[in-house]
Design a binder for this molecule. Sequence first.
Ligand SMILES: *[C@@H]1O[C@H](CO)[C@@H](O)[C@H](O)[C@H]1NC(C)=O
Ligand SMILES: *[C@@H]1O[C@H](CO)[C@@H](O)[C@H](O)[C@H]1NC(C)=O
Length: 415
Amino acid sequence: MASYKFLLLSLVLSSFNHLFCYSKLDEDRTLGYLDDISSYDMTAYPSYYGAVHGERGTIAYQPNRFVLERVARVARFGYSQKVVNVKDHGAKGDGTDDTEAFEEAWKEACSSSTSAVLVVPENKSYLLKPITFSGPCKSDVSLMIKGTIEASSDRSDWNGKNGRHWILFSGIQNLYVGGGGSINGNGKIWWQNSCKINKAPPCKDAPTAMTFYSCDKLTVENLNIKDSQQIHVSFDRSTNVEVSSLTITAPESSPNTDGIHVTNTKNIQITNCVIGTGDDCISIESGSQNLKATNIVCGPGHGISIGSLGDHGLEAQVSDVIVDTAQLKGTTNGARIKTWQTSAVEVSNVMYKNFKGTSASEVAINFDCSTTLPCHDIILQDIDLTGGDGNAATSSCNHVNWTKKGNVIPLPCAK
Ligand SMILES: *[C@@H]1O[C@H](CO)[C@@H](O)[C@H](O)[C@H]1NC(C)=O
Ligand SMILES: *[C@@H]1O[C@H](CO)[C@@H](O)[C@H](O)[C@H]1NC(C)=O
C-alpha cells in the first residue's frame, strides 16, 4: 500500500502554471458577521490569515457575476411565483415519515412553468428517508427550509437504495436552498457502525446528508446542518456554486463527518461558514477548479485539506484554490495537501502567507514531497508559528524547493 504524503499548511494551490490575483475583502464587515453567527471568541485563539498576490494574470473567479445572480434571486421572490408547501402535500412534521409528501411537493415545484418556492414550514420537524430531488426543472426552484428536516435513524430504510446519499439534488439548474432551518442527519447509529469505530465486518458506506450532483448555478446558504451520517454537504460535478452562512456541527469523535466536500466542481465560493466536526472542515478532491473559501471558522476537526489526490496512481488535478481568512482552533491539522506516493501528482505554485498561531504538533511545517516529482515553486511568506506549550515549533522537509518572503518561523529546512 502506498504511503501517505502530505504537506501541512497549504493556503493556495495552483498547479499547471495558473496565476491569480487577490481582491481584498472588507474585513470589518466579514469579521463582524462571523461574530454574529458564531459563539467563538475571535480574539481568544490564534488566527490564520492567508492571501495571495499574483504578479500577473487573472483569476477566473468573478465576484460581480455572483452579485448579479443574487439580485436575480431576490427578484424571484416576487409575485409571479408559485408557492408550494410540503404540508399541502400531506407532510405532518410529527415524527411520521414525510418522504412521499416531499417527493410530491418537489414534483409540483419542479414542473411549475413559473419559478417556484418550495416551503418547509418552521417549528416542525419532518422525517425523511433517503430522497432524491431531480432536475431538470421547468423553472428556477427555491427550497426554503424554515423548519427542521431529520433523517430516519433506521438504517434499513436504505436497503435497496443508494447507501451513499440521504438527500440528493441531481441535475438541477438555478437551484436555491436556504431558509435558516436545520438539517439533522441523526448520525449516531451510523457512527457506531462505522469501520473506524466497530471493526467487525462488513464495512459499509454511510450516507452524505446533502449531495448536490451535477447542478449548475446553485446557491446553498443560511442553514444549520448537524450530525450527518458521514459527509455533511457534498458538491460533485457541479458548476457556479455559492455557499454561505452554513453552520455545520458534529461531535469531534464522529468518523468521516467532513463538513463541506468538493469534488469535480468548478467555480465555487464558500464564505462565512462555521464548521466543527470529526473530520476535515473542507475537503477538496480531484477535478476541482477555481475554489475560493473565505472567512471560515474551523474546529474541532482535521482542518482544511486538498486531497487525497492520486489514489491508485490515477491522475488528479486541483487548481486555483484560495483559502483566505480561516481561523482554526482545536484542529489536528491546519491546511494540508495530501497526495499518494505515486507518480501521478505534482504539487507546485503554492503560497502560504500570513499564518499565525500555535501548532497542534511540534512539527508545524511539514513538506514531505515525492522523490520523483519534488514540490516546486512553494512560497512561504510571513509565517509565525509556535509549538504547543510555548515551545518553539520545528519543521520537516523532503524534496521541496521553496522560497521565503518576510519572516518565516520556523524555517522549513536549511537551504
Ligand atoms: C414558531 O415559533 C416561534 C417561537 O415560539 C413563534 O414566535 C412563531 O410564531 C412560530 N411560527 C409558527 C408559524 O407557528
Ligand atoms: C531546486 O532548485 C534548484 C535550482 O533551481 C535545482 O538545482 C534543484 O534540483 C531543485 N531541487 C528540487 C528538490 O527540486
